[in-house]
Design a binder for this molecule. Structure first.
Ligand SMILES: *Cc1c(COP(=O)(O)O)cnc(C)c1O
Length: 475
């Protein structure tokens, strides 16, 4: 399998070459040259596999530069009941729909029982093991620099902690993450994890990361890398749980609803569908930041300004643009790299938007690609958290609530709907209290993490000081 750029660059690369890279040299995103096809007989064969075995089967279709035995060992070591809480790793839970809806089924797929209680662990835990493996093979080291407002940073730290050859420097806005999220990150005592609390907002953290990455000499000298959501390895790891969800629902076809921000999670669903997994509908759910819902309804993709990006009670979906969306547009436009390049690097740069409403491809969105969408508000989330608790005695988090709300608008008789549960409610306890008047349950392992000793360095929002910190700690 070779990988190409969505902007038409002529290079073709192998998996381990793109594993440690971010964007392609022309600013595009990497995608496989083609999607391997999975037929009914293969699906039948895979349906009884354990999760780590299924992961190996799917990943080996995309990775041909790691020996099979090694890849198998990496999958087995990553997807364990100890790390993900259950032998199924991603179990389905049925939601009650009440009388009169016997032909309809609605499930939650639990993707949030990993170490940081959000679905990002599903991919990041694999990435940690792949990075350690590949860096050891090359005899290299990597210093991961990132900016986080919550879920991504903690998932990266828990995946990379204690890994040989890797250090993590994670910036976050000082005092602005939830107390639980701060405790999760800052209580890590591993020597290769550095928390940098920046006196500023999330944008300041992102600007610092950009400035450091744009200093090519510094970047090379200190072997700076990233683990952001455009990494193809993260995306392909997420393809696996769509297959696992399909097998558990035991139906001819299923639909998925995906609480979406940067389009990473649902892009993995698109890839699974392109491989031949019988997915009827891919329902994209947004919160008030409805960039993607607007595109799927109207054909207009319009990047929001900072002033037009809302702070919501499902904060991990608060985006102004969707960094993985270019991958889907590439497929939608018949893999025309020149056209994608002009849309994303010229039109967006010049006008902040593009319009595909008149394009024949856009008119086939539902029919050929299965995409539909919807959005929700804070009031919708509160109502959905309440009604789900009342009917099924399950407390869902605010992001999952965005999904459940929109899923109800797209239920079809005979086609089970699986809503991806993207976080556990304890991460967003304040909104749960607002909805239910009670605290969500906390997994026993996380009791009292707020009072553990903290390992964090506070720095001003200053690129030189962050560079200085990295240089001192890379020696
Ligand atoms: C990251 C995240 C999302 C959004 O996922 P994308 O892949 O960016 O679309 C949704 N919910 C939670 C809890 C998240 O952490």
């Amino acid at each position: 399998m070779r990988y190409l750029s969505t902007r038409g660059h002529p290079d073709r690369k192998r998996f381990c070459e793109i594993l440690l890279e971010g964007l392609a040299p022309d600013g595009g995103l990497y995608l496989p040259e083609s999607y391997p096809q999975v037929d009914a007989a293969t699906l039948q064969k895979w349906s009884g596999l354990k999760y780590h075995e299924l992961a190996f089967e799917i990943l080996s279709l995309y990775i041909d530069d790691i020996p099979a035995g090694d890849l198998q060992a990496i999958c087995r070591k990553t997807y364990t009941a100890e790390v993900f809480g259950t032998p199924e790793i991603v179990p389905l839970k049925k939601l009650e729909l009440g009388t009169g809806s016997e032909s309809k089924r609605l499930y939650l797929q639990a993707l949030s029982n990993g170490p940081t209680l959000a679905f990002k662990d599903m991919a990041m835990q694999l990435l940690g093991n792949l990075f350690e493996y590949e860096l050891a093979r090359r005899g290299e080291e990597l210093n991961i620099l990132g900016a986080t407002s919550g879920d991504t940073g903690s998932a990266a730290e828990y995946a990379m902690k204690g890994k040989k050859g890797v250090r993590v420097f994670m910036t976050s806005p000082n005092g602005r993450m939830s107390p639980f999220q701060q405790a999760q990150m800052f209580s890590l005592q591993d020597a290769n994890i550095y928390n940098l609390a920046i006196d500023g907002v999330f944008d300041d953290c992102q600007d610092i990361v950009k400035a450091v990455s744009n200093d090519l000499e510094f970047k090379r000298k200190y072997r700076i890398g990233t683990v952001n959501s455009i990494n193809w390895a993260r995306l392909v790891a997420q393809v696996v749980y769509y297959f696992a969800g399909y097998f558990q629902a035991a139906a001819q076809r299923v639909s998925f609803t995906v609480p979406s921000g940067n389009f990473g999670n649902i892009c993995a669903g698109h890839v699974a569908r392109m491989m031949g997994l019988p997915i009827d509908t891919l329902v994209l759910a947004t919160n008030e930041n409805n960039v993607l819902d607007e595109f799927l309804r109207t054909g207009v993709y319009r990047v929001r300004s900072a002033a037009d990006t809302h702070e919501t009670s499902s904060p991990s979906m608060d985006i102004s643009k969707a960094s993985n969306f270019e991958r889907f547009v590439f497929d939608l436009l018949g893999r025309d790299g020149a056209r994608v390049k002009s849309l994303f690097s010229e039109q967006i740069a010049a006008t902040g938007q593009f319009d595909l409403s008149a394009d024949p491809a856009f008119k086939q969105l539902r029919e050929r690609y299965g995409f539909v969408s919807g959005s929700s508000t804070h009031a919708d989330r509160l109502a959905t958290i309440r009604s789900t608790f009342e009917s099924s005695h399950i407390i869902i988090d605010t992001h999952t609530a965005d999904g459940v709300k929109v899923a109800f608008e797209h239920l079809q008789p005979g086609v089970p709907m699986i809503v991806l549960e993207t976080a556990l409610p304890i991460k967003f306890a304040a909104t749960i209290v607002e909805a239910l008047g009670r605290e969500p349950d906390r997994p026993a392992a996380l009791a009292g993490i707020e009072s553990l000793p903290r390992r964090v360095t506070v720095l001003p929002a200053d690129v030189q000081q962050v560079k200085g910190f990295i240089a001192t700690h890379c020696a």
